[in-house]
Each structure stands twice: as structure tokens, then as C-alpha cells.
Write a protein that binds this ligand. Structure first.
Ligand code: ADP
Length: 248
């Protein structure tokens, strides 16, 4: 199959809440396989932009082209998931009384109705998929414990693993290291580097040390617009970025 160059191409996206434009003609594109960080001061429109990508919020203008063919602004949330966009929300989504393994198993069958999740037998291939995911997120040795006893960091990795069970082409993460210890942050960064072998990743992040360490490319949003994008070095050298962050 032909590998498409741009996973995402946004043109002149506008999102209004009443008369207020949270996103104001935002345009940017992102090539396949990139670990891309979206940064900007509070209220810049980052979360709203992720909401547009997953169909939770509708753009009133502009287009968001996924895989160079689907305009996401015309699709419903469940259709966008099926097209291959996965998002880990900040609100917890794990089932605390199920084991780590069972959480991944359920996530894999998420598109099914609840009775078929219970009835459908997990195939050998699917079991291998789950084991591989456990390995990737570093929870193989904890697969049979109830998810409730995991540390905060481990829960976050499990949630990322759950989103990955749907094999997305684009993974959206909102402040994945919030509340983590330094050691957990480091492990999360390493996990992201591994995951980008499998899919393109957009991370909204406030922690600049983390961005500096792991970002391949960075996009800076400000007042709903694109301020600049490029490597971390390029972004840091941009005077307007400094103005925006330091408030002149
Ligand atoms: P960021 O994630 O960069 O901090 P947000 O996308 O959360 O920014 O918010 C961008 C702007 O849009 C903010 O001024 C925020 O108050 C406003 N906003 C976000 N969601 C809504 C909403 N549902 N209704 C009204 N205003 C909103």
C-alpha cells in the first residue's frame, strides 16, 4: 500500500464559541511518523484543536484533511475513530476492577457492543497483540493485577496502550506526563519514541523540559493561530515566541 506523506493537513480552521474565536484561521500540516508537540500559552486553542481532530468540536470554517483524503470536519466522532485517530483523554478511562490484560482486551474490542465483548472469544492472534502491547507499555509483569493498584504513571501507560489497541494512524495526547514523577516522565518519553514507529503522534504539552528532550518538531499556537513551527531550536530562537511566553 502506498504510504501517504501528510497524515494531517489543516487549512484555515475556525472554531467559534458564541462570538469568540478559540481557533482563528489555523493552518498546519504534519508528515507521517512524526512525534509532534503542540505548545502555546493557556487559552491558545490547543485543546480545542485536538477536539476538532477527534470530532468532539466542529469547525465552522476550514478543512482538516486526514491521510490526504478524508475531511474530518464532515465526520462524526465514531467515524473519525474508525478512520484511525485515537485520543487519550485526561479523564481516566480504565476499568479499575479488571486486570491490566483485561483492560487491553476490552479496548481491542471497543467497537463491539458489550454483550459481544463478553461472548466473543479472543483469538490467538489477538492474544499475541495484547502481549505485544503489554511489552511495549512496560506492564507485562503486571498483566494479571487489577488496574486499580497501578501507580499513576502505570495507569497512564495502560490508557495509552488501550488507545493503541485500536491501531490508530494518528495518536492524540493531552499532557501525558501531568502528575508524573521524573522517572515516569522519562519512561513516557521513551514510550512515545517507540510508539512513533507505529503511528504519528501529536502531544499537547506544557512542560518545556519534556518538549525540549523529546520533540522532533514543535508547533506554537497563540490566540487560535499558528505562531510558528519547526525544530525546538528554531522555535526557541523565534522572538515572537519569547514575547508570547514572557508577556513582552
Ligand atoms: P489551551 O488548550 O491552549 O489552553 P483551549 O483550547 O482550552 O486552550 O481554549 C481556547 C480558548 O477557548 C480559551 O479562551 C477558552 O476559554 C475558550 N473555550 C474553550 N472551550 C470553550 C467552550 N466550550 N465554550 C466557550 N469557550 C471555550
Amino acid at each position: 500500500q502506498l504510504r501517504k506523506q501528510n497524515v494531517l493537513q489543516c487549512k484555515d480552521v475556525v472554531v467559534s464559541f458564541g462570538g469568540f474565536r478559540a481557533i482563528n484561521h489555523f493552518s498546519f500540516s504534519i508528515p507521517r511518523g512524526e512525534l509532534h508537540f503542540l505548545i502555546g500559552p493557556n487559552g491558545a486553542g490547543k485543546t480545542t484543536f485536538l477536539d476538532v481532530l477527534c470530532g468532539k468540536t466542529k469547525a465552522s470554517e476550514g478543512e482538516v484533511i486526514f491521510q490526504e483524503e478524508h475531511d474530518l470536519t464532515t465526520l462524526k466522532e465514531f467515524e473519525i475513530v474508525r478512520k484511525g485517530i485515537g485520543r487519550k483523554f485526561q479523564a481516566p478511562s480504565i476499568f479499575p476492577n479488571l486486570t491490566v490484560y483485561e483492560n487491553l482486551e476490552i479496548a481491542m474490542k471497543q467497537d463491539k457492543r458489550i454483550w459481544s465483548i463478553l461472548l466473543a472469544k479472543t483469538t490467538v492472534e489477538q492474544k499475541q497483540d495484547i502481549e505485544a502491547q503489554l511489552e511495549l507499555i512496560g506492564l507485562s509483569n503486571l498483566k494479571d493485577v487489577q488496574a486499580r493498584i497501578l501507580s499513576h504513571g502505570q495507569k497512564q501507560w495502560l490508557e495509552i496502550g488501550m488507545v493503541m489497541m485500536q491501531k490508530p494512524d494518528l495518536l492524540l495526547l493531552d499532557e501525558p506526563i501531568a502528575g508524573m514523577t521524573e522517572e515516569e516522565e522519562e519512561k513516557t518519553g521513551e514510550l512515545l519514541l517507540k510508539l512513533k514507529q507505529k503511528c504519528t503522534i501529536i502531544v499537547v504539552e506544557h512542560d518545556m523540559d519534556f518538549v525540549r528532550k523529546f520533540a522532533e518538531r514543535v508547533t506554537v499556537m497563540h490566540e487560535g493561530r499558528l505562531l510558528c513551527n519547526g525544530s525546538m531550536a528554531e522555535v526557541q530562537a523565534n522572538e515572537r515566541v519569547m514575547e508570547v511566553y514572557l508577556g513582552r
